[in-house]
Design a protein around this ligand. Structure first.
Ligand code: 5AD
Ligand code: SF4
Length: 508
């Protein structure tokens, strides 16, 4: 594989454009779809107006996500009336969940494809060309798109998402994901390592390993791949080759093989070993699976992020039980203590839901107290949104009035702003290494990058280089012919100031 496969191919062909909604998993899914379509002669365009095929990769996690997408679908339906031959498709979670309903209510939609049906998209487009509508919402127990390297659509070429597993088995009572994305399955580690190596060779310096619940990653080698001598004698040549490849991995890995599986700590270690210049992140972890072994692997490798996203959802054990989260407040705090023991410098972020079924003022107050106790660096915060057919929708009343949900969410947001600001203030005066991603949004004289803790730091665009006249004169700093920091550069910085969202710094 070479670089032109990693970036969209140029050339002539029917043009495809995808708009992506929702989580990071959808971002990498869209890139996988582009890879699939490119193989069939389609060409990516980032201009929706020149596309022959427009796909919306959708999200069902909350009602407002679905409403936004329906609105966009109306706009694109109007565009389709003006442009004969335009193919319009809905893919992803909302396609999986609403199928017939979308086909009935949005006659302009030609294609419906669920998250496990992307290999059939070229075929579905073909069905549309023949005058039909293409529909495939079958969920799979095996599909991981393992051998397909996504075509990267990001702007900077520094960071890429790598899917390591799909689906979810947790069935949190509020969550639609197990229904739209199906059961949990792990991707073949060989293909993950190969993809990451290709990214690194193409200049990428950060990968984020993705899954709904990455720390339950567990790739089971098939029983007939088991590297036992007795079986070697009976193995076909092809199978022996595969086994040899796997047995080539060293020590710890070999032990795991004896148990016939590769788990997340092991995978993470192997990915981080690809190069010390490659930063490795991952999301999302479930508190119940946050093992000491994983923390030990993280602590032992300086290129694994010092940032853990650990969704708490609520600070009340009673609410957590209704949510079917399978842990208590005390367990969660125990895991936080374990993280702090292993990595005192780790940043911890979370997801929180305000106003879940039956949430009392006391239970809400426990969420606020958990936030204070942990001192989260960052949080994604949501109002509970009932999703049809989930356990919560079937068995519990969505009985917290909307104004109360809003008021509670606002309290949570205000507290998080305080905590983020306090955390950032503690960083002022400290030194970090950042990986530069691009220009600052506010000024072309500045660039931004992230620390291992995933905090954004803005620094002057020009490199410090002693003896340079403009660099030594602060008002001129970064003008003239001074060399610039480029995306992909590592820069040592000292933090000089902050807001609740970003840090400002200078090169040291
Ligand atoms: N309502 C509100 N938030 C939800 N999430 C998942 N389902 C819902 C829902 N029905 C949030 C959780 C999860 C994040 C991805 O989205 O906090 O961690
Ligand atoms: Fe949804 Fe829970 Fe699975 Fe996350 S772990 S995707 S919240 S069911």
């Amino acid at each position: 594989m070479d670089f032109k496969d990693i970036r969209p191919a140029a050339g002539v062909g029917r043009k495809i454009h995808i708009e992506t909604y929702g989580c990071q998993m959808n971002v990498v899914d869209s890139e996988t779809v582009v890879a699939i379509m490119q193989r069939e002669g389609f060409v990516w365009t980032d201009n929706v107006r020149e596309a022959d095929v427009i796909l919306l990769n959708t999200c069902s996690i909350r009602d407002n996500a679905e409403q936004r997408i329906r609105h966009r679908l109306d706009e694109l339906s109007a565009m389709k009336r003006r442009r004969k031959g335009l193919v319009l498709g809905l893919i992803g979670c909302m396609a999986e969940r609403l199928r017939e309903q979308i086909l009935e209510q949005h006659p302009a939609v030609d294609i419906i494809a669920g998250p496990d049906a992307y290999r059939s998209l070229p075929l579905l487009v073909g069905e549309v060309s023949e005058g039909g509508r293409g529909v495939n919402v079958e969920l799979s127990k095996e599909e991981t798109y393992a051998e397909i390297s996504p075509v990267r659509l990001d702007a900077n070429g520094v960071g890429a998402f790598v899917s390591i597993m799909r689906g979810c088995n947790n069935f949190c009572s509020y969550c639609v994901v197990p229904y739209t994305r199906g059961r949990e399955r792990s991707r073949d580690p060989e293909t993950i390592l190969r993809e990451v190596r290709e990214l690194f060779d193409a200049g990428y310096r950060e990968v984020t390993l993705l899954g709904q619940n990455v720390n339950s990653y567990n790739y089971e080698l098939r029983t007939d791949d088991k590297p036992r001598d007795i079986e070697f004698t009976r193995m076909s040549e092809a199978r022996r080759k595969k086994t040899k490849l796997i047995t080539n991995y060293e020590r710890g890995y070999a032990e795991k093989q004896a148990n016939n599986c590769i788990d997340f700590p092991e995978l993470l270690r192997r990915v981080a070993e690809i190069s010390p210049l490659l930063r490795v992140r991952f999301a999302t972890s479930h508190p119940k699976d946050m093992s000491d072994e994983l923390l030990a692997v993280m602590a032992s490798m300086p290129n694994i992020c010092r940032a853990i996203h650990l969704p708490a959802q609520s600070g009340s054990s009673r609410v957590l039980e209704r949510m079917n989260r399978k842990y208590t407040r005390e367990w969660y705090l125990g895991r936080i203590a374990a993280i702090r023991r292993a990595m005192p410098d780790a940043a911890i972020s979370t997801d929180l839901i305000a106003g879940f079924c039956g949430e009392t003022p006391e239970e809400h107050a426990q969420t606020l107290s958990l936030m204070r106790e942990v001192g989260f660096e960052f949080a994604f915060m949501f109002k509970y949104s009932e999703r049809p057919d989930t356990a919560a929708a079937r068995t519990m009343a969505d009985d917290v009035p909307d104004e109360v949900k809003t008021a509670r969410l606002n309290e949570i947001i205000a507290l998080q702003n305080e905590l983020s600001l306090a955390s950032n203030r503690r960083d002022v005066g400290r030194e970090f290494e950042i990986l530069v991603e691009g220009f600052s949004k506010r000024s072309r004289d500045k660039v931004f990058g992230r620390t291992l803790q995933n905090k954004v730091v803005v620094i002057p665009r020009a490199k410090n280089h002693p003896g340079c006249e403009p660099c030594s004169q602060p008002p001129l700093h970064g003008r003239g012919t001074c060399p610039d920091h480029k995306p992909g550069d590592y820069v040592k910085v000292r933090i000089t100031g902050c807001s609740s969202a970003t840090l400002q710094g200078e090169e040291v």
